[in-house]
Design a binder for this molecule. Sequence first.
Ligand code: FA5
Length: 340
Amino acid sequence: MLDQQLESLAASTRDRILAAATSDQLEAVRVEVLGRKGTLAEISKGMGKLTPDERKRIGQLLNAAKTNLEAALESRQKQFADAALNARLEAEWIDVTLPAPGPRPGSLHPLTQIQQELEDLFTSMGVAVLDGPEVESEYNNFDALNIPPDHPARDMQDTFWLADGNVLRTHTSPVQVRGMAKLGPPLLMIAPGRVFRNEEVDASHEHTFYQLEGMMVGRDVSIATMLYFMKLLLRHIFGREVTVRLRPGFFPFVEPGFELDIQCLICGGPGCPVCKHSGWVELMPCGLVHPNVLRMGGIDPDEWSGFAFGLGLTRLVMMRYGIDDIRHLQSGDLRFLRQF
Ligand code: FA5
């Protein structure tokens, strides 16, 4: 009686082990049949009533059934483990014979890109590209530009003074002074570079930013010549006509002086933090070179005239790419830089 019971339990359990689809189902079978309160334990309770010989025989059958079922469970469990391992290996498979992608190539900062584009444009027109030091003399940064020590215009640009009396140049205009000394009249030059101001930083103001100075000295240089130049530059950068306005502006080194504003390309006119809600962005102050500046540069203002402009290169980059905060440009954030 007990042997039949045992035999049919062993057969049905083997079937269930083979049919189990997950290791959880397998565990449930194990607990139900081989567990402490499982079916096998239940059967062995009936052995008390048997004769010693029968008990021995059934005991051996019971042990054999238990050992066989445990082996079947273990082998099925191993099948599950093997299948899981294979699936993982399949998912993680890599072709080691593929060539490695190598380090991601870097790219030029958008400011460098625009600076190089403008340098290419102007050199193709025969314009000299000049460079000046970032640590400048007080004389070149101010005095030679018609801004003597007691002139209130010195306060227009918050200056980083160095202990030796030099300054971190507040604009690229000192390269005008260097250009006049180096090239003499007639001259046509640009000077891109980094400038520094002790300013409060916000969406459109940095303490360290880039300008591009332009200067032309010739026999009959006029405001019309200047406008031609500036429009050419803007058309090249934006690839289309952009809306600009010219209004009077005061700079001691030009007379007359103007502010050239560009319609804000971030908001398109209605106003935003970049244009201080005015719809216009100051981009390129300019004017005819003041006779005092020409004279200090060793050029006779009765014989020569000139124009100069100081383009805010960093703001130009912002307008061209629709960058709504100047602080992104020097953040070093690769997520930002990889867009260019
Ligand atoms: C000047 O620096 C004059 N040297 C420009 C000039 C040159 C006038 C030749 C006439 C003849 P200004 O301080 O306005 O001017 O600065 C020129 C441009 O630099 C501004 O129009 C603006 O586009 C940019 N700029 C000024 N301050 C900042 C700043 N803190 N952050 C970013 N861009 C600035």
